[in-house]
Write a protein that binds this ligand. Structure first.
Ligand code: NCD
Length: 306
């Protein structure tokens, strides 16, 4: 059974196919209204979420399907000590596909190994978040017309930010990509992402603590929230949380066609004064996430029926 745990579970050709389907859904949504009729998506979310869960659920409804939902461990048998494996086997009896978010790295993989239906990782701890990357890719594709030759700045919590890890993995497969990694020393990109992706494929990257310095070179600026829930102590979080705050004056030397992204939720990282700037793309990402999740659900359910 095909599950999507990591963005690298999808080939570049499959990403192209998902982008094409999402683009078609945007152009003619009525053609997809019954595409998943009588099918059920189970959303199992053991961590807070607004966009990811609701966009999965909206995606399934727009495909004519139905949704079963567990939110927060407290109201499910997980609170009684049920394992992820048993939960996955159980949900497989009721639903046709699962989207799962869990605070533990690897949780979605365990679910996938035990489920008899496709599992989509909707975020596993500080590890990865492939469907946010699908939203990010559609946004970059629509804003920039493609992926090759881009200089991508990633700023904030590069250590715990799972969306950053998945986006770097996805972008590493396109041509002439360069990364500018902006973070405090303590929140640098984990060495496994550096070794397994950036160094392995010889991708050029610059690490810096200064956002201003290389901002004029960026085509995309991906801001992120400092991931409070993954910190071991509150003091460190408080010290680091406002390291980078993007304000209109800081954009003075940025490119006119810069694409400013953020997976959201934002805390303080981007001033609301930037929201009306045509370069602000973070609410476009939110909408694009629904279209890409529609395309992914369709694809996995089609494959499961073969
Ligand atoms: C992100 C996440 O959950 O990793 N949010 C999201 O899914 N859009 C980013 C974050 O929580 O900071």
């Amino acid at each position: 059974m095909r599950s999507i745990i990591d963005i690298l579970d999808l080939s570049v050709a499959e990403l192209d196919e998902l982008l094409a389907v999402a683009t078609d859904i945007i152009a003619q949504p009525d053609q997809y209204r019954d595409a998943c009729a009588h099918k059920k998506l189970a959303t199992l979310f053991f961590e807070p979420s607004t966009r990811t869960r609701l966009s999965f659920e909206a995606a399934m409804y727009e495909l004519g399907g139905n949704v079963l939902s567990v939110t927060g461990g407290a109201t499910s048998s997980v609170a009684k000590g049920e394992s992820i494996a048993d939960t996955a086997k159980t949900v497989s009896c009721y639903a046709d596909i699962i989207a799962m978010r869990h605070p533990k790295e690897g949780a979605a993989l365990v679910a996938a190994r035990n489920a008899s239906i496709p599992v989509i990782n909707a975020g596993d701890g500080g590890h990865c978040h492939p469907t946010q990357t699908l939203a990010d890719l559609l946004t970059i594709y629509r804003e920039k017309g493609g992926f090759d030759g881009l200089t991508i700045g990633l700023c904030g919590d590069l250590k715990f930010g799972r969306t950053v890890h998945s986006l770097i993995n996805a972008m590493s497969r396109y041509h002439n990509i360069r990364f500018i990694l902006v973070s405090p020393q303590e929140l640098k990109l984990p060495s496994y992402v550096k070794n397994d992706t950036l160094k392995k494929y010889g991708l050029p990257y610059t690490q810096t603590t200064d956002l201003q310095e290389l901002l004029p070179e960026m085509d995309v600026l991906y801001m992120t929230r400092v991931q409070r829930e993954r910190f071991f102590n509150e003091e460190d979080y408080l010290r680091l949380k406002d390291t980078y705050i993007l304000t209109p004056d800081k954009l003075r030397n940025a490119k006119q066609d810069l694409c400013i992204m953020h997976p959201l939720p934002r805390v303080n990282e981007i001033s609301v004064a930037i929201d009306d700037d045509p370069r602000a793309c973070y609410f476009k990402q939110v909408l694009n996430g629904k279209y890409m999740r529609m395309a992914l659900i369709l694809k996995l359910l089609k494959e499961a029926a073969l």
